[in-house]
Design a protein around this ligand. Sequence first.
Ligand SMILES: Cc1cc2nc3c(=O)[nH]c(=O)nc-3n(C[C@H](O)[C@H](O)[C@H](O)COP(=O)(O)O)c2cc1C
Length: 359
Amino acid sequence: MTDLFTPMDLHGLQLPNRIWMSAMTRTRAELDGTSNQLMADYYAQRADAGLIVTECTAVSRQGRGVVGGPEIWTDAHIAGWRGVTDAVHAADGRIYCQLWHAGRVSHPDMRGGELPVAPSPLPAEGKFKFPDREVDFPVPRELAADEIPPIIADFAQGTRNAREAGFDGVELHAANGYLHDQFLQDITNKRTDDWGGSVENRARLILETVDAMAAAWSMERVGVRLGPSISLYGMGDSDPLTTFGHVVRELDKRQVGCLTMLEPNAKDLEKGVAIENVAETFRPMTTVPFIVNTGFDKAKGMRTIEAGHADAVAYGVPFLANPDLVGRLKQDAELNKPDPATFYGRGPDGYTDYPALNR
Ligand SMILES: Cc1cc2nc3c(=O)[nH]c(=O)nc-3n(C[C@H](O)[C@H](O)[C@H](O)COP(=O)(O)O)c2cc1C
């Protein structure tokens, strides 16, 4: 029977298990967005993962949204990531780059005074976090229709850059309230042009971006991440089953390389989400490799794979705190306790110093 430890063939990429490392922003990049040796050490420590998906990585200056987050649009960025992918491959690992545009979830003070952009001029809920302070999100600038194709082109270039940097594939971050999610869900998209209104129009940015990324590499090497029940930054949709169902079916038609979908977390459930069982709801709509994430332990991961609700499980915080998560799960060993105070920060504390069992 297939379980978490069964190898998986991802379109020719051989994964030794189905325990993926979920994308996690850790803010240890250089302040110009260049990845560094510390990040190479961190990802290489976690090379046992079936597949590592990197933290979200900005495809352009306009797309930036995290101080200390990595980027992938200059030669220096590509060279920095090459150090990371070489280290992961030397440790027998596999790694995808999560490509991202923050949209409205950003702040002028970290982007040379420029306002963040969005489908509609509506500010994100919550606070923008600088290392030393938290501030309200600004009202973003509404993108003009002719500014959207260049953003899609940035994702195609980001894909070429990721390939040049030695990644095994790319994931479009279309979840968690960032630009692609802002276009998709009707709480953030009030446009009346070709990019808003109908489900088809709201999904256009995601689908055209996926097509452009596939043209830049191949459809098999492109993954997508969707979060139909995520309330972060005030996200929501009046009919998530129809909206996300449309995207999942369109991705299925294209046979995208893989699709990761997020279950709601405790906060989302508190707010009251329309779709509680994401994998069970959407898995039947597609035959592409289907990965599920959020709130999984070993037992729940095993049940999910064995029941056929997903092909792999992505683990976030458990991987952050356990470089040898795969071995620990296999042995039913105790897990390190994560330290939320160092999730975002600088330097090795709470980053590369979580102990492995045998170190
Ligand atoms: C510190 C931290 C940073 C995160 N950054 C990202 C990110 O860059 N991209 C993304 O898609 N999700 C991000 N997430 C969400 C995780 O990928 C994952 O969905 C979440 O932690 C739930 O999975 P878990 O219950 O296994 O931790 C982040 C989560 C954490 C804890």
